[in-house]
Design a protein around this ligand. Structure first.
Ligand code: ATP
Length: 327
């Protein structure tokens, strides 16, 4: 039984095209022409109850468009979506009770009011009793380490406190499916960690299903075992984080501590020199040449220490997109 099923989902936005100059503006006024931007192209995937799945891709890849279709904010151009047994764009009340959408760059709390007042409005919308309201606010505030901040006007809160209060508001109705679009955007490292820990705890307590986009790989590595990779609207990977590395990282990093400094020129015979500072160097070596290269390094140079690591995942993804190794 899946929680989210996406089948051949596509979205094309019509965008008006206007030629430059006065003549173009006049023509545009009387006779508009449109071109289609294919934001999402026939993607299919399934998410199972309780899974936390990372949704990755460069800017403009189609992540937000997909989340908007999954939450029913926009209609797909074609394809099928089912979330928690509902067709999202019908937006029926039973569906809305089961989901939430948190967008890091948008806010639902009213700026001049204390967060608690906005929470009361949400409680009324979702028909929570006073007892349920107090219990849930207390529980979530505890998990988020929020206290008197909920009584302050939202505009007086720090960005991190505001995001936590936003999270509280988004989860007050205890949704089962969480769509999170850059939930840690702009937060400092401590606030990012707090939000991540909270999401882990919410997922554990309520077995919630989470689909999360983030440009911070630390969010993805801390929260998601499975990732979806989208590029130019197409789904190009669906699997484990480790699988992503072995499929898209055709190289590994070899870190060296040497007994005496060497020239970068000298090291280039073994691989791409990523960094060199005195006796410490880092080389990029193709996977298939690794064993042979390590033996040559140990034989040729006075090596004090040698470590082989996978490159950071954001670097792998960056390289994949830069090199255009994906169709
Ligand atoms: N309302 C719209 N009208 C026309 N084009 C749009 C609209 N919304 C998005 N697009 C285009 O669709 C493509 C996908 O955009 P989308 O916002 O889904 O990407 P994204 O992966 O979420 O990017 P980011 O990481 O920058 O938020 C982009 O080319 C974008 O310009």
């Amino acid at each position: 039984m899946t929680k989210i099923t996406v089948d051949n989902l596509s979205k094309a936005y019509p965008v008006a095209v206007k030629a430059a100059g006065m003549a173009g503006t006049l023509r545009h006024f009387f006779q508009r022409t449109y071109r289609l931007v294919e934001a999402v192209k026939q993607i299919s995937f399934q998410v199972y109850p309780g899974e936390v799945v990372g949704f990755l891709g460069p800017n403009g890849a189609g992540k937000t468009t997909t989340l908007k279709m999954l939450t029913g904010l926009i209609h797909p151009s074609s394809g099928q979506v089912n979330v928690a047994g509902h067709v999202p764009f019908q937006r029926d009340a039973a569906f809305l009770r089961q989901i939430t959408l948190v967008m890091g760059q948008k806010q639902q709390l009213l700026w001049d009011l204390p967060a608690l007042d906005s929470l009361r409005i949400n409680a009324a919308i979702y028909g929570l009793s006073a007892k349920e309201f107090h219990y849930r606010v207390h529980e979530l505030a505890e998990m988020l380490s929020l206290r008197e901040q909920l009584n302050q006007p939202v505009r007086k809160l720090s960005l991190g406190e505001r995001m936590k209060a936003e999270m509280l508001a988004a989860l007050l109705h205890r949704p089962q499916v969480l769509f999170l679009d850059e939930p840690t955007l702009g937060l400092d490292v401590n606030a990012q960690v707090a939000v991540r820990n909270f999401l882990l705890e919410y997922n554990r307590r309520y077995q919630a299903t989470v689909l999360l986009t983030s440009h911070y790989m630390a969010d993805i590595t801390a929260l998601c075992r499975r990732v979806l990779l989208i590029h130019r609207g197409q789904l190009i990977y669906d699997g484990s984080l480790e699988g992503l590395l072995s499929r898209f990282a055709p190289y590994r990093e070899v870190k060296l501590d040497l007994e005496s400094p060497v020239e970068a020129e000298h090291l280039r015979a073994y691989g791409e020199v990523e960094s060199l500072q005195g006796c410490t160097a880092s080389l990029i070596v193709r996977r298939e040449a690794l064993t042979q290269t390590v033996s040559r390094l140990l034989a040729d140079l006075a090596v004090q220490d040698l470590r082989v690591t996978d490159p950071p995942i954001e670097e792998v993804i960056g390289r994949v997109f830069q090199a255009g190794t994906v169709a």
